[in-house]
Design a binder for this molecule. Structure first.
Ligand code: ZN
Length: 174
């Protein structure tokens, strides 16, 4: 099939995968800094206007989630606190703080990878963004590269458990 015959829906699907892969690369940076690996990228048209990765420990900042960093940078780039016509890609379902920030910022679309059953505020624990009383509705899609996004987190936590076990063993033998 020639390129121009690719159906519109498939084009946006491929685009979503492309940006989610970008977000996964940012999550890797969090991992390298010893932070829970979550990455986010804010896109307007084909342009990246914000990037973030989880870094609350290193920044001594409980609000330094990947999404917050990407939204802050997006505001600086657009010189506007309203981030109209943008899509935020994040590897993990946002928490209630980040979901709230997305509503304030008026992003158009949220695409997330893995679900967060414990703290997810885009449908898992809570559904803040689709609350019927909300004055701004964000279109939400999820499941893009979900298994890769989830695997990065479970690999990270497994590695941390193994590190702790090794430390315990080392302290016993000393
Ligand atoms: Zn968050």
């Amino acid at each position: 099939m020639p390129r121009f015959m690719v159906p519109e829906s498939r084009v946006s699907e491929l685009n979503d995968e492309h940006w989610m892969r970008h977000a996964l690369g940012l999550a890797q940076r969090a991992w390298e800094q010893g932070e829970v690996p979550v990455g986010a990228v804010l896109v307007q048209g084909e342009r990246v206007i914000g990037e973030g990765w989880n870094r609350p420990i290193g920044q001594h900042d409980p609000t330094a989630h990947a999404e917050m960093m990407a939204l802050r940078q997006g505001g600086k780039v657009l010189e506007n606190y309203r981030l109209l016509d943008t899509t935020l890609y994040v590897t993990l379902e946002p928490c209630v703080m980040c979901a709230g920030a997305m509503i304030h910022s008026r992003i158009t679309r949220l695409v997330f990878g893995a679900r967060d059953e414990k703290t997810g505020a885009a449908g898992s624990l809570l559904d803040v963004m689709r609350h019927p009383g909300m004055n701004h509705q964000v279109t939400i899609e999820h499941g893009v590269l979900a298994s890769e996004c989830a695997a990065m987190l479970s690999d990270f936590f497994r590695m941390r458990r193994e590190q702790k076990r090794a430390l315990r063993l080392a302290s016993k033998t000393n």
